[in-house]
Write a protein that binds this ligand. Sequence first.
Ligand SMILES: Cc1cc2nc3c(=O)[nH]c(=O)nc-3n(C[C@H](O)[C@H](O)[C@H](O)COP(=O)(O)OP(=O)(O)OC[C@H]3O[C@@H](n4cnc5c(N)ncnc54)[C@H](O)[C@@H]3O)c2cc1C
Length: 366
Amino acid sequence: MNPNDCYQVPVVVGAGISAATVSMLHPDVVVFDKGKFPGGRLSSKFINDISPFDFGATMFSDKMKISWLGQETNYSISEIWKSNSVRIPIKPIYDDTHFYPEQGMVHLVTSMLGDKKSIQSHTLKNIKLTEDKTWHLKFLISPDKHIKSIFAKNIILTLPIPQILEIFQNSENNQNLKRWCDFLENYNDYRKTLVSYFYWNNWKPNWKEILLDPLAPIPITTTLNRGENWEYQSWESIKYPNQIQTDSGLLVQFGAIFSETHFEDWMDRKKNPTPKSKEILVQGLKNFFGAPEPNLIWLHRWKYAQAQIPLLGKEGSLDLDSEKFEEWKKLCKETGITILGDWLFGAKIERIVGGISFLSHNNLLY
Ligand SMILES: Cc1cc2nc3c(=O)[nH]c(=O)nc-3n(C[C@H](O)[C@H](O)[C@H](O)COP(=O)(O)OP(=O)(O)OC[C@H]3O[C@@H](n4cnc5c(N)ncnc54)[C@H](O)[C@@H]3O)c2cc1C
């Protein structure tokens, strides 16, 4: 190994909100990600240069709580951004405790990554511990498919557990990796989510009939019907109104059972709806909103949408006094690998940003 190839700072893999939070707090880290762009499950998309829509997370709450050493403390995410000089213009949505960034959800990630951009199109394939206790990481670079090797004393992985296990299983046998695999199996449970975006040229719903007020000072653009097939609906054209005058855009996230059932036959290879899913969608839009067939139907499948049994709990305060958390700390320290993400904190932006900030400030991160 050429000593120049060995990073003296932690190497972070994945460029979602977990990695962006680490990068905001420790600007010297290096971030690699397999996608063309950073963001992960915070994804905003522009089609034909019209206003954006969010097809991953859609909102965040500003407040969260942490229990540590028998004490519960409240945190504000916007205060955390402010104290790190990260400026993100946000607007309220849904109720008075939830917000979204004016420039799309992905702006949370890009703002926290800041000037120091992530290195994209690098897919981590396997890792190996060298004789001098340094991790050797092999990335496949797209689109030319050549392999890049780097070395680091500390690595921070922020991918969903199934993707981490795949990397560990492709890696040379190693006791540290085995310990992590055994530990992670307990939290390896994710729900799938199917998502659709619909766009209509020259058509808008009858807002009154669907009980929405597009002119309300807090844009009430979402309807949440937990447990139903069409679980979450958001008129993104109200959320991001700039370019849209006469048209409308709607994002729908489908429930867990619906998503599981239709996952495989949802779209064809070109990402167009299959005849069966198109029929379900067009009929649903007619029933719910009296809508004509949309001019555009865009689909996405989230295979690992949200972790279901996070180590620090799904709701309520993050409990850092638990034995499981002690085990996590020990594993990070003894293996030189820190593993973060929604499997640890819960699939909520405020829990991830607040949790990582707390760990960092209390020297519990790496
Ligand atoms: C449809 C949907 C709706 C949601 N709604 C909300 C919401 O409204 N509010 C909320 O708070 N949360 C919501 N969530 C949950 C929230 O989006 C996630 O908890 C959060 O984004 C997870 O961030 P992360 O950085 O831990 O992981 P990710 O965002 O998944 O980041 C992991 C990154 O790793 C990269 N990667 C994967 N494999 C490799 C590899 N081999 N090599 C290199 N890089 C790799 C990926 O490209 C990705 O960028 C939602 C999630 C989904 C899917």
